[in-house]
Design a protein around this ligand. Structure first.
Ligand SMILES: C[S@@+](CC[C@H](N)C(=O)[O-])C[C@H]1O[C@@H](n2cnc3c(N)ncnc32)[C@H](O)[C@@H]1O
Length: 323
């Protein structure tokens, strides 16, 4: 198994100001790559790691066992950060990290059907699919509908909207029409079946830069796990949970998430979000943080060459004001 490499390690530690010692929250523990870096940044650091994926919790606990009680893992959604920390009676924390999306480990775990595991480029008209798996995609298997439930159960219009909105896929209508046509013949249960349907719907010629089904798979994963829901509230709750001068660092991997995080941070920094033609402000924006990344930070060329999964990462961070 390829170990997930933590994205922008230096930038994460710097923006969390992790060398100063304190209690940190890793909202997306994964295999504990960032958590380990935080724990190593100061002997006074402690980390509470959140994850929805039970396998990640087990593996991170094994990896970080040497840190003893400086590390604690909780099976929880980072969107419940405020309530969870309150119930643990931690008091305000020095920093919170959220490295959104899924890890290499999950992509490689074929059982969950997050990926169709293909060659990165391939001739159009062939699936390039090397392995097949059930179309599940749930990070937390204890809840919710699977990708197969959505693909076989939603209307053509609903599927097209999901693929267009969450995948930013221009051929969404064609793909949705093809899915509905194919599922009338036989239920779509596996990643290879879906990847082949998308390829046939798109009819892309020449060589692929990314596999034609990538956007459709991203869209379904976001829908299944409701990945964009509550991100805005997460930012507000995370800021509530920080101590004065505490830091929030968020890494996103696609423009939909980044846009939400950027707006939410601006709102926390006091920027009004009312319509420009509205007579007075009703949004209640209050200056609670200073945004410490003027523009989103992106990985350098060397990191992208070493870790291609970092290529679309964007890091944004803020510091909570003292008063
Ligand atoms: C990109 S990986 C994090 C990798 C980690 N930073 C590392 O260095 O190993 C994202 C992790 O967040 C988890 N995750 C995604 N959405 C979540 C949520 N809403 N609440 C908690 N964990 C979530 C995924 O299961 C995955 O393990």
């Amino acid at each position: 198994m390829e170990l997930h490499r933590p994205v922008m390690p230096v930038e994460v530690l710097e923006h969390l100001a992790a060398s100063r010692g304190g209690l940190f929250v890793d909202g997306t523990l994964g295999l504990g790559g960032h958590t380990e870096l935080i724990l190593r940044a100061s002997p006074d650091n402690r980390v509470i790691g959140f994850d929805r994926y039970t396998e990640a919790i087990t593996l991170a606990k094994e990896r970080l066992a040497d840190f003893g009680d400086r590390f604690k893992a909780v099976h929880a959604d980072y969107r419940s950060v405020k309530e969870t920390l309150e119930s643990m009676e931690t008091g305000p924390v020095a920093g919170i990290l959220a490295d959104l999306g899924i890890s290499s480990y999950q992509l490689d775990n074929l059982e969950r059907g997050f990926s169709f595991r293909t060659a990165k480029t391939g001739p159009a008209g062939t699936s390039g699919t090397e392995a097949d798996s059930p179309l599940d995609m749930r990070m937390d298997r204890t809840e919710g509908l699977t990708a197969a439930d959505l693909v076989n159960g939603l209307s053509e219009r609903e599927l097209a909207d999901i693929i267009y909105q969450f995948g930013e896929e221009r051929a969404a209508r064609r793909i949705a029409r093809r899915i509905v046509g194919e599922r009338a013949k036989t239920a779509i249960k596996t990643t290879a079946q879906l990847a082949d349907i998308v390829i046939r719907a798109i009819h892309q010629k020449g060589y692929w830069r990314i596999h034609p089904a990538t956007r459709t798979f991203q869209a379904l994963r976001i829908a299944v796990n409701r990945e964009l829901d509550g991100l805005d509230k997460f930012v507000a709750d995370a800021v509530d949970s920080l101590e004065p001068d505490g830091r929030l660092v968020v890494i996103t991997f696609h423009s939909l998430e980044d846009r939400i995080i950027k707006k939410a941070l601006r709102y926390q920094s006091g920027q009004c979000r009312c319509e420009p033609d509205q007579p007075g402000c009703t949004c209640g924006a209050v200056k609670r943080v200073e945004i410490i990344t003027r523009k989103a930070i992106e990985p350098g060329e060397k990191e992208i060459a070493d870790n291609p999964r970092a290529r679309s990462a964007k890091l944004r961070a803020c510091r909570k004001f003292s008063a």
